[in-house]
Design a protein around this ligand. Structure first.
Ligand SMILES: [Zn+2]
Ligand SMILES: [Zn+2]
Length: 512
């Protein structure tokens, strides 16, 4: 794939007109032709390069004469100017709040688009090597920044901001991969057999490393500016995929949006691949292992059963042969396509509870009913304590209500979206971790259950006050008033309706 660089121009290069060395070497598609392909090819190129290779390639047309002390001083100041701008933008955004929540609630496609805008902006920015600077920043790739539901991007911004604000000097973001190029031995410069140096190339690796490091950080600065401005412009214009997110932010209380954004960070974007026999993932085995799929299932059913090795396939055969080529059946290992809850991380306690429960029952669960009540951080009233105990004992129930004669009524929500929001609110109320939640939970219970035989609005409110304090009625009524003003039935139902633009149909939470 690498094509040799032809250079028939004998004039001395100045930093302004370096040919695009790396993008040419890796034969990278023009960004204007196909931005997605461009990005994919760059990611592959970055993954296959060492810092030394990159530095060597980029130093071909440079020598000491380009960089006298005055020039170096200017480069440093120039970088700091960019970083001052970046820090100011980020500080404003973070202080305003909600920025990270908005970002996390965006769809994967939208997040990709903004990061791509950032990369394009950085490639067009006035750095020495234009888009080649990408190769200096292995941490700035779409796939890296999208991990943990996009939390990596927010963490990255926070890290850069912290580093920039910690000093008035130019900030150099640490990166162990890149720093390997800082101490290259001198003979290294002569080991460039494919292109003999036409000019006396400087022995000063250190200086080249410094110049490249400055450009690396300048590229990062411009990347942040362009990506963040792309997001802010969508917010201002309510354009693209931002509309649905803003709708949720404005029509629900911020805390629900924040909680859901948090939940989203633990979601997987795609299912894991696991060996059907030893259950390991390629990452767990390491050493560049290549998984195989059962070819019969693949050709006949277009269904993928993965194995890490032939011996694992052999060991699994007695089991797999029963369905091989006949039915698309897998063991449904945690996090794989066959796991109805694959989007949840392995460490998500609620998802694990449902998974374990499903195993015990020998079937896949069809709802989120096993999200329980967590231990209380403060002291519950005796009535709330009894409620918590009963909920733990019967996890199908979303809330226990009591008739005037003390008979328990099981309140169970069918709609998966409403159930999830109800249980998030219930979690806060029962663990007393937040002042919020009680009103939304109470409003919903009243709406659905007031007309139930043996119950009434008055009876339910009396119970909730006993459990959660005398101000409960006032809190619930305030929310009811607000919901009426917004033309909504209840806060929770309104949320489920509004959020479908962000989360899609929540039914996937329960079923395959
Ligand atoms: Zn295996
Ligand atoms: Zn098969």
């Amino acid at each position: 794939m690498a094509s040799p660089i032809k250079d028939d121009d004998d004039t001395v290069k100045t930093p302004e007109d370096f040919p695009p060395l790396l993008s040419k070497k890796f034969n990278i598609t023009d960004v204007k032709q196909d931005a997605l392909k461009w990005d994919k090819e760059w990611e592959a190129a970055i993954a296959s390069s060492t810092a030394a290779d990159v530095l060597k390639e980029m130093s071909r047309f440079l020598d000491d004469s380009c960089f006298d002390p005055d020039a170096m001083e200017f480069f440093h100041q120039d970088l700091r100017r960019v970083q001052d701008n970046v820090a100011k933008i980020l500080r404003d955004l973070f202080d305003e709040g909600h920025f990270d929540t908005i970002w996390l609630l965006l769809s994967v496609a939208e997040k990709k688009r903004h990061i791509n805008e950032g990369l394009k902006g950085a490639c067009e920015a006035p750095t020495f090597w234009g888009q080649d600077c990408r190769a200096l920043c292995p941490e700035v790739t779409v796939s890296n920044l999208l991990t943990q539901g996009g939390k990596s991007f927010v963490d990255f911004l926070a890290r850069v901001l912290e580093l920039t604000e910690s000093s008035l000097q130019p900030a150099f973001l640490p990166n162990s991969w890149w720093e390997q190029a800082s101490n290259l031995p001198n003979p290294w410069w002569e080991e460039t057999p494919d292109v003999p140096p036409r000019r006396q190339i400087s022995q000063s690796t250190k200086l080249m490393f410094e110049v490249a490091t400055i450009n690396r950080n300048k590229f990062i600065g411009h990347f942040i500016m362009s990506s963040v401005l792309s997001i802010v412009s969508d917010i201002t214009n309510r354009s693209g995929g931002m509309k649905g997110v803003l709708h949720v932010m404005e029509n629900t209380k911020g805390y629900v949006a924040r909680a859901l954004a948090q939940v989203k960070t633990t979601f997987r974007d795609k299912p894991l691949v696991r060996c059907e026999n030893c259950t390991k993932t390629p990452e767990e085995i390491g050493q560049g292992v290549r998984f195989m799929v059962c070819s019969v299932c693949k050709t006949k059913l277009n269904f993928e059963i993965h194995y890490c090795s032939q011996s694992c396939q052999k060991q699994d055969w007695s089991l797999h042969k029963r369905t091989c080529g006949k039915k698309p059946v897998s063991k449904g290992l945690s996090g794989t396509k066959g796991d109805s809850l694959w989007a949840f991380g392995d460490s998500d306690p609620s998802a694990n509870m449902i998974r374990d429960f499903g195993k015990k029952e020998g079937r896949h669960l069809t709802s989120l009913r096993d999200i329980g009540v967590n231990p209380c951080k403060g002291k519950r009233t005796p009535a709330a304590e009894r409620q918590a105990e009963m909920l733990e004992a019967d996890r199908n129930v979303d809330y226990f209500l009591f008739t005037a004669s003390g008979e328990a009524v099981r309140f169970v929500i069918d709609d998966p979206g409403a159930k999830m929001i109800f249980r998030i609110n219930r979690g806060w109320v029962m663990t007393k971790s937040s002042e919020t939640g009680l009103d939304a939970m109470g409003e919903y219970i009243l709406k659905i259950m007031s007309g139930y035989p043996g119950l009434s609005r008055r009876i339910i409110l009396k119970q909730l006050c006993e459990e959660h304090g005398v101000s409960t009625t006032r809190k619930i009524m305030a929310l009811e008033k607000k919901s009426r003003e917004h033309g909504k039935s209840t806060f929770i139902e309104g949320w489920v309706k509004d959020s479908s633009s962000v989360f899609g149909d929540l039914a996937w939470l329960g079923s395959r």
